[in-house]
Design a protein around this ligand. Structure first.
Ligand SMILES: *Cc1c(COP(=O)(O)O)cnc(C)c1O
Length: 405
């Protein structure tokens, strides 16, 4: 099977026959990518408007990142944390200098980093704050997406993410996103942390409203409750700042990162915090075989440098504004609302439009890959290396597709 050419239909058939059906992808089979563009096995070219849920902020196969990947792959790829490697220390030094936190703890997937934040908060509450063991409660918000582990889906409000996966982990309370009064009322002596997305991506690029994060910071600080922001999708330049929480002028206690930290190459995630919180972890308390591996660390070091040195944060801010303004000029009977920050835009369609999926399928035929989120929203999140001309190209196609009946 190695050299024969398999068609799109052949490859889809193999996946459907032998893979688990836990996704419903668009039927495009990609085998090559560069920058903002991807190609399918038949050679058709598409502009990627999902960027692997913001894991490819630097663009596909960025030359500097691929060079670092290859160079490190020839040296050493995995040591485990039983030994030290020469990439982890420099990564920790660089990422803490950039973020202004004093320590970094590396994991692999985003969900593992969220789990790490939960463990850090609980241990901090019992060992430092003095909350009675096993009594700590963490506040999360409706519409959240923090990953897929059994503990994390325990505080999801999406029925499908939970259905059939109980029993669930206790210790979480869910409040309405953006409702600061609900938070103020809910906090008690056993509240240990709040976990929040500064903008909810999976929910459809939903903002909690002006002032919410700043108030949340005040309320949590006043009650000695940790504020943990999940920046896995919103961070690393996506919204026109390094971290989305910067728009609100706050400083969380724990910042959870992932996705674009791996430069679109491989999984690396982690949490950033200061000594008081990170200091709760002693040798043996927590870990991961692949966490902090030299291959991922070498890639992450360059991935961050690319975001900063190549002006991707500024590009996201500037072209995000431009894109949103161009989209506002589109006349379509289907658009209910346009929302966005930086190059992270949601087009929410009216319920009578019949769902966003058919528009995403029509956009695919026009050479644009987008994925609907929560039935009615088209999410636009291209790699941050996109140019103004490419945005103009996309606006033309969006206008055409959104004009269809
Ligand atoms: C993607 C995502 C996660 C989970 O990351 P995985 O790498 O898929 O485990 C958590 N939180 C947010 C906000 C995300 O977008």
């Amino acid at each position: 099977m190695n050299k024969e050419l398999l068609s799109t239909a052949d490859l889809i058939r193999l996946e459907e026959a032998h893979g688990a059906h836990n996704y419903h992808p668009l039927d495009v089979v990609i085998n090559r990518a560069q920058g903002v563009w991807v190609w399918d096995v038949e050679g058709n070219k598409y502009l990627d408007f999902l960027a692997a849920y913001s894991a490819v902020n630097q663009g596909h196969c960025h030359p500097r990142i691929i060079a670092a990947l290859k160079e490190q792959a020839d040296k050493v790829t995995l040591t485990s944390r039983a030994f030290r490697n020469d990439q982890l220390g420099p990564l920790c030094a660089e990422i803490t200098r950039l973020s202004g936190y004093s320590r970094f703890l590396p994991m692999n997937s985003g969900a593992e980093a969220v789990e790490t934040a939960i463990k850090a908060a609980r241990k901090w509450a019992y060992k430092v704050k003095g909350v009675a063991e096993d009594r700590g409660e963490i506040i999360a918000f409706s519409g959240n997406f923090h990953g897929r582990t059994t503990t994390i889906v325990s505080f999801s409000t999406d029925e499908q993410y939970r259905d059939g996966f109980g029993p669930f982990t206790p210790g979480f309370r869910i409040l309405p996103y953006g409702d600061i009064d609900a938070v103020t009322r809910a906090i008690n002596d056993e509240t240990i942390a709040v976990i929040v997305e500064p903008i909810q991506g999976e929910s459809g690029i939903v903002s909690p409203g002006p002032g919410f994060l700043a108030r949340l910071r005040e309320v949590t600080a006043a009650r000695q409750v940790l504020l943990m922001t999940d920046e896995i999708q919103s961070g690393l330049g996506r919204t026109g700042k390094l971290f989305c929480y910067e728009h609100d002028g706050i400083r969380p206690d724990i910042v959870i990162i992932g996705k674009a930290l791996g430069g679109g190459c491989l999984p690396i995630s982690g949490i950033l915090a200061d000594d008081e919180v990170m200091g709760v972890f002693k040798p043996g308390d927590h870990g991961s075989t692949f966490g902090g591996n030299p291959l991922a660390c070498a890639v992450a070091r360059v991935a961050m440098r690319v975001i900063v040195e190549e002006g991707l944060i500024e590009n996201s801010a500037k072209l995000g504004d431009y894109f949103l303004n161009r989209l506002r000029e589109i006349s379509s009977p289907h658009i209910k609302e346009l929302r966005g920050k930086g190059l992270w835009i949601g087009i929410e369609l009216k319920p009578e439009a019949g769902g966003a999926r058919r528009f995403c399928e029509a956009l695919m035929k026009e050479g644009m890959l987008c994925k609907e989120t929560h039935t009615h929203t088209i999410r636009l999140a291209p790699p941050l290396v996109i140019s103004k001309d490419e945005i103009d190209w996309a606006v033309e196609r969006l206008a055409k597709v959104l004009a269809m009946a």
